[in-house]
Design a protein around this ligand. Structure first.
Ligand code: BGC
Length: 461
């Protein structure tokens, strides 16, 4: 008995260790997208950048991420998830080092492009890897570790920016990203490939070993044969991705990417100090500190989400979070518009943003990445996930690029109400079309999709 349970414990430790290392890719995603908010102030001065120059340095990362996510679906299916993450971590290291020593805008932009590429690849390969090694009852929490690491990365970058801003140390701000990148390279060298990818390459023995290690006490030959059955179909190709029976899953992935971004999250992540200044906080320092507070709430509530996802399920959390997002955005808009509240706008802004970020962190934040790691059949998973990821980065770029213009055209209240209305539409969309994947094996989810019952049928799982 003792032998059994000691073994079980050791194996659970093994799966947690695997997950934490792989989720470092998420930390890099968060750090490298967040760090620019503070660094840009000094980079702008150092290189005497025009506003176009600033926009280039900031947004080239998003452009790289679109390209990275678009080109590497096939890479993860071809060379495997593990090797793809190793290459990505090397790109992160080179990009971070390069940007920290760059002495011309051209080199800096090239390095930021490289980092963007790495973020794009990492943003779907890490959840893909995690979903394929995790046992079903832990999958929601483990895949969402990636989102937790993203939020920790964003928070860390805010703190680093804050700490180093006194001495204009923008080189260190970029350079510190090397540390998690090198740990990721070293860690991944020792991590196994996912059983599902190994089986797709006919490496049954190796796959069985890993399945047994991460599913102690479970008859993994059953899992093995289930995976083999789902894989016995044709090798995945782009044509296969667009088969009519897969359409509900594709639409759900792309629409959740759309909603995750058009409900305004990155206007807060990238522009929180600006929003605080709109609300009447005069000191930049206080605004940056308040932003760090928002970053911390984001981390803490993602911890709560990781804990709840496999208990409450995905859909209840989506509803709770989206209601909170819609309500806080509605209130924020009202505060900006109503003259009667003008004295209180500052504090209403802080309170609304805290409720907003907390609600995002327990819902659309982790659940988008989780659902797209769960709903696609194995033989097209890499490509289909990369499509949803590309959509996410494209919508991200669109919102980031238009936020200040939206404020000009719709006004502050109108802009936040627009994001609020999108949150309400997302509630209706989730209720009808998003499947509940809690506790199911990936093969069960695939079997449900195959029944070919259309969008409503898929959402009824
Ligand atoms: C989103 C990012 C966002 C982050 C904030 C992620 O799920 O994809 O765009 O910056 O959450 O925590």
């Amino acid at each position: 008995m003792e032998g059994c349970c000691g073994g079980v414990k050791k194996n659970s430790m093994f799966i947690y260790l695997i997950s934490v290392i792989a989720a470092l890719a998420g930390l890099l995603f968060g750090y490298d997208t967040g760090v620019i908010s503070g660094a840009i102030l000094f980079v702008k001065e150092y290189f005497h950048l025009s506003s176009v120059g600033v926009e280039m340095v900031v947004s080239v990362v998003l452009l790289g991420a679109v390209a990275g996510a678009a080109t590497s679906g096939a890479v993860a299916d071809g060379i495997g998830r593990r090797k793809t993450i190793i290459i990505t971590a090397i790109l992160f290291s080179v990009g971070a080092l390069g940007s920290s020593v760059s002495d011309s805008v051209g080199v800096l932009v090239a390095c930021r492009l490289l980092i963007g590429l790495a973020i794009g690849v990492a943003s779907y390969t890490a959840p893909l890897y995690l979903s394929e090694v995790a046992p079903p009852h832990l999958r929601g929490g483990l895949v969402s570790l990636n989102q937790l690491m993203i939020t920790i990365g964003i928070f860390a970058s805010y703190m680093v920016d804050y700490a180093l801003s006194g001495n204009n140390e923008w080189r260190w701000m970029f350079g510190l990203g090397v540390i998690p990148a090198v740990i990721l390279v070293l860690g991944m060298i020792f991590l196994p490939e996912t059983p599902r990818w190994l089986i797709s390459k006919r490496k049954k023995e190796a796959a069985l070993k890993i399945l047994a290690r991460v599913n102690p006490g479970r008859d993994v030959t059953v899992d093995l044969s289930e995976i083999e059955t789902t894989l016995s179909q044709k090798e995945g190709s782009w044509k296969e991705v667009f088969q009519p029976w897969l359409r509900p899953a594709l639409i759900v992935g792309i629409m959740l990417a759309f909603f995750q971004q058009v409900t305004g999250i990155n206007t807060v992540i990238y522009y929180a100090p600006t929003i605080f200044q709109f609300a009447g906080f005069e000191s930049a320092k206080v605004s940056i500190l308040a932003t760090a507070g928002i970053g911390l709430v984001n981390v803490l509530m993602t911890v709560v989400a990781v804990w709840l996802l496999d208990r409450l399920g995905r859909k209840p959390l989506l509803y709770i979070g989206l209601v909170g997002m819609a309500a806080s955005l509605g209130f924020l808009g009202y505060a900006f518009q109503s003259a009667a509240l003008s004295g209180a706008v500052k504090w209403i802004t802080v309170a609304s943003l805290v409720v907003y970020i907390a609600s995002f962190a327990i819902s659309l934040g982790p659940i988008f990445w989780l659902i797209i790691a769960e709903i696609y059949p194995l033989h097209v998973r890499g490509r289909a996930m990369s499509m949803a990821t590309v959509a996410n980065w494209l919508f991200n770029m669109l919102v980031a690029a238009t936020f200040l213009t939206l404020i000009e055209k719709l006004g502050k209240a109108g802009t936040f109400w627009f994001f609020g209305i999108m949150s309400v539409i997302c509630i209706a969309f989730s209720w009808r079309y998003v499947p509940e994947t809690k506790g199911r094996t990936l093969e069960e989810i695939e079997a449900h999709l195959k029944k070919n019952t259309g969008m409503r049928g898929f959402g009824s799982l």
